[in-house]
Design a binder for this molecule. Structure first.
Ligand code: ADP
Length: 227
């Protein structure tokens, strides 16, 4: 079998180590996401989902354990190399869209590509194609404030995929939307991920949404368990 796209082994993390306010969030987490697999990370608020996703996405470091992406050990990289790998390999989606307010939908998806050296015409064509695939093709010239919540989040999905990452990490990606919109927008995200063959780890506390993914794992008391 080929290397998993994401492999976490023995991940441990505490905040405020050594202080009376120390919080032990993760205790020896082992997790793999295979190529093309979509895994639901189910946990109540405060269980450590964001902490785990940030460590997997190279935005934070663990106290112990290793992180491998596409078979490459990321644990001992320099800060600049980690940043480079994160930009090249990982797409991140948050609960809130975090689009740049002064730029249009098309520009928000083109900019990360320009930063990676993609020529402008190619970046814009890819942005347009992604926006059409998520049903926002008629809104490319709109700024985020002129888009609905669901549209904003669809644009954020496109931005996360703009640089063709290998791994998608999403932290309650539709948690900010009303339940009807959330269902539709979530379906769009799953379609997009399946079409592109990406590997994804998607945190949600919604068990119905989790059931639409390939596999569900639960985070509780700093440990993972299968659902
Ligand atoms: P979730 O995403 O599941 O809601 P988080 O990973 O955000 O959980 O947080 C897990 C626990 O760690 C919570 O108790 C939270 O208060 C604590 N925590 C998160 N970030 C910090 C931090 N920077 N400093 C101290 N405690 C933190």
């Amino acid at each position: 079998m080929s290397e998993p796209m994401l492999a976490l082994t023995g991940i441990a993390k505490s905040y405020n180590r050594g202080l009376p306010s120390e919080v032990n969030v993760l205790h020896g987490i082992d997790l793999t996401v295979e190529k093309g697999e979509i895994v639901a990370l189910v946990a109540p608020s405060g269980a450590g989902k964001s902490t785990l996703l940030h460590i997997a996405g190279l935005l934070d470091t663990a106290d112990n354990g290793t992180v491998s992406i596409a078979g490459q050990d990321m644990t001992h990289l320099s800060d600049s190399k980690r940043t480079h790998m994160r930009r090249a390999e990982v797409g991140f989606i948050y609960q809130f869209h975090h689009l740049l307010p002064e730029f249009t939908a098309l520009e928000n998806i083109s900019l990360p590509q320009l930063a990676n050296g993609v020529p402008r015409s190619e970046a814009q064509a890819r942005a347009q194609d992604l926006l059409e695939r998520v049903g926002v093709g008629a809104r490319t010239a709109h700024r985020p404030a002129a888009l609905s919540g669901g549209e904003q989040q669809r644009v954020a999905f496109c931005r996360a995929l703009a640089n063709q990452p290998k791994l998608l990490l999403a932290d309650e990606p539709t948690g900010n939307l009303d339940s009807g919109t959330s269902d539709q927008v979530f379906e769009t995200l799953l379609e997009l991920v399946r079409e592109t063959g990406l590997s994804a780890l998607i945190a949600t506390h919604n068990l119905e949404l989790a059931a639409r993914m390939d596999r569900q794992i639960r985070l509780a008391d700093g440990k993972l368990a299968s659902v």
